[in-house]
Ligand binder design. Structure first.
Ligand code: ATP
Ligand code: MG
Length: 533
């Protein structure tokens, strides 16, 4: 994260001006989906600011809506934050922990004539609320007495009304040009079991009402959020001011993270899940933490990427290559190097009679990791793409190249089948195994290979972006932008050696990219492509 950004500048000034000693922040997700990489940006901003000033960083699950699939999402949210290595203050908190306090604050507002129970039918409610062109209209219930409002609010709490037949509203200004403060709803009725409070409540506070109160109760100093909450700030402050709260938390907004080819809106990600475009929230193509983790992204790469982002109020579209850079960078040191041939053709070395093992490093950047022994013989698989020469296959004859970790070869013949190259015949040059020169000429082309005698049959799952456009147009149907070829499965061969493959290890396929293992048995491995070079 930038060491200087506009939020840190504000905090630094506040510390001096108001003698602040402790800075507390929070991350308060709505448990209506999995966390995505945009949330990590928010988490990091809050976490790093609290850490910098020795304050608390709280996780607060905003469980004001009982109908979300809370428990599944909440577990995943907490596990994701732990997996990212983010430490938060104490145990995770829930807005529902404060339902009693929030209720008491509602009574205070009623007593101060700043809230009333409205019984407008929903269709009329919407009409009275107005829109950008039309100012709002006062509800006929707006001027009830304090006693009436307390009675009706208790009735709401005690289940005397049906859902949508009454709500508690703040009494602010129906004629404001800002729709947010046209008497917003503070409490609504929902006869649903809440996963924590069960059937204790049938009224639930709204996000706007509960959020600022929870921030105050948890002694949060800075309520940092994204720009879409800018319009709600006036309400945030109105509620705290109306409740005579001193030292109120301050809300500041920054721009959301947007990345090319991805969507970072839970609502849109949910459409992908519901329409079975992906296998679930944790599909390896999803930009969720669980999806990225399944894909093979490390927590370090995600954190490093988010740390590299600026914190501003300007909306921008971050290049997907930036995210991909951080995973390549991390895996370059962590991965085991192996050779795998994905579009195989056979290569025969006609003057080679022996069959032996070659020592290759587990990671050439980190030689102390050790070595493995791979089989070398006169029948090899090589990549078809290395030998494609559409104009004239015969041009290949006489070509000289080197096999990675092995000899320099010369092509002496090729077999063509249905206009496609099918087999390659070569001779090898002795004493060139550790040598890049043949008769003083440097060999520039070095290719990877796999022994035909000693290998694993492999399947490789390649992923492409879910969307075919860099940026789908706002307000357009995202389903029109889906890339229907975002999974491609290929079959090939992977080197077999004395090294034992493991699901917990990252692999770098020479010249191709990074992979991890989805499944492995005696002679078959299914690899998952994390990222290509
Ligand atoms: P939706 O996109 O469906 O509205 P949301 O992603 O805003 O949902 P919340 O659970 O309400 O989900 O967000 C929790 C916090 O994460 C909020 O403070 C929000 O500002 C922040 N946040 C959400 N998306 C991003 C993003 N793309 N970049 C940075 N912060 C984000
Ligand atoms: Mg939101």
């Amino acid at each position: 994260m930038d060491t200087k950004n506009f939020i840190l500048n504000i905090i630094e000034k506040d510390i001096i001006k108001n003698n602040l000693t402790k800075i507390n922040t929070r991350f308060a997700p709505d448990p209506n989906g999995y966390l995505h990489i945009g949330h990590v940006k928010s988490i990091l901003i809050n976490y790093l600011i609290a850490k910098k000033y020795n304050g608390n960083f709280n996780i607060r699950i905003d469980d004001t809506n009982p109908i979300n699939r809370n428990d599944i999402y909440i577990n995943e949210i907490i596990n994701n934050i732990k997996w990212l290595g983010i430490k938060y203050n104490g145990i995770e908190k829930y807005t529902s922990n404060y339902f009693n306090e929030i209720f008491k604050f509602a009574i205070i507002l009623i007593k101060k004539k700043l809230a009333y129970v409205d019984e407008l039918p929903i269709s009329i409610y919407k009409k009275y609320k107005g829109n950008y062109n039309n100012l709002g209209i006062d509800s006929p219930y707006r001027n009830r007495s304090v006693k009436e409002n307390i009675d009706y609010f208790l009735k709401m709490k005690n289940g005397f009304y049906k859902e949508n037949h009454a709500c508690l509203r703040a009494k602010i200004n129906m004629k404001s040009s800002n729709i947010i403060i046209r008497d917003p709803i503070l409490y609504r009725i929902k006869y649903k079991k809440h996963f924590k409070t069960k059937y204790n409540w049938c009224i639930y506070p709204t996000y706007d009402f509960s959020h600022c109160i929870c921030d105050f109760l948890e002694e949060i100093t800075y309520s940092l959020c994204t720009l879409e909450f800018q319009n709600n700030k006036i309400l945030y402050n109105w509620i705290l001011d109306s409740l005579d709260i001193k030292n109120k938390p301050k809300q500041y907004e920054f721009s959301r993270l947007n990345i090319e080819y991805l969507t970072l809106s839970k609502r849109k990600l949910n459409i992908l899940v519901e329409k079975n475009i992906v296998t679930g929230w944790d599909d390896p193509r999803m930009p969720t933490i669980s999806g990225l983790k399944n894909r093979g992204y490390t927590s370090k790469s995600i954190i490093d990427f988010c740390n590299s982002l600026g914190i501003t109020k300007k909306n921008s579209l971050v290049k997907i290559k930036n995210l991909e850079f951080f995973i390549k960078n991390d895996l370059n040191f962590k991965s085991i190097r192996i050779m795998s041939v994905i579009n195989p053709i056979k290569l025969y070395i006609i003057n080679l009679k022996k069959n032996f093992f070659i020592k290759t490093p587990l990671n050439p950047n980190n030689l102390k990791n050790g070595y493995k022994l791979i089989n070398f013989c006169n029948e090899l698989y090589v990549e078809k793409n290395d030998f494609i020469n559409k104009e004239n296959f015969n041009n290949l004859i006489g070509k000289i190249f080197k096999l990675r970790y092995s000899y320099i070869l010369k092509i002496i013949d090729i077999e063509i089948k249905k206009d496609i190259i099918n087999k390659i015949y070569c001779i090898y040059y002795k004493n060139t195994i550790n040598n890049l020169y043949l008769k003083n000429n440097k060999v520039n082309k070095i290719i990877h290979w796999v022994s035909c005698k000693y290998n694993f049959i492999s399947y490789y799952i390649f992923y492409d972006y879910i969307f075919k456009n860099i940026n789908y147009l706002k307000n357009k149907n995202i389903l029109d932008y889906i890339n229907n070829n975002s999974i491609i499965i290929k079959k090939g061969f992977t080197e077999k050696s004395n090294y034992i493959y493991s699901k917990n290890i990252y692999y770098q396929f020479e010249r191709i990219g990074y992979f991890n293992i989805k499944n492995i048995n005696n002679n078959k491995i299914i690899f998952n492509n994390i990222i290509n070079f």
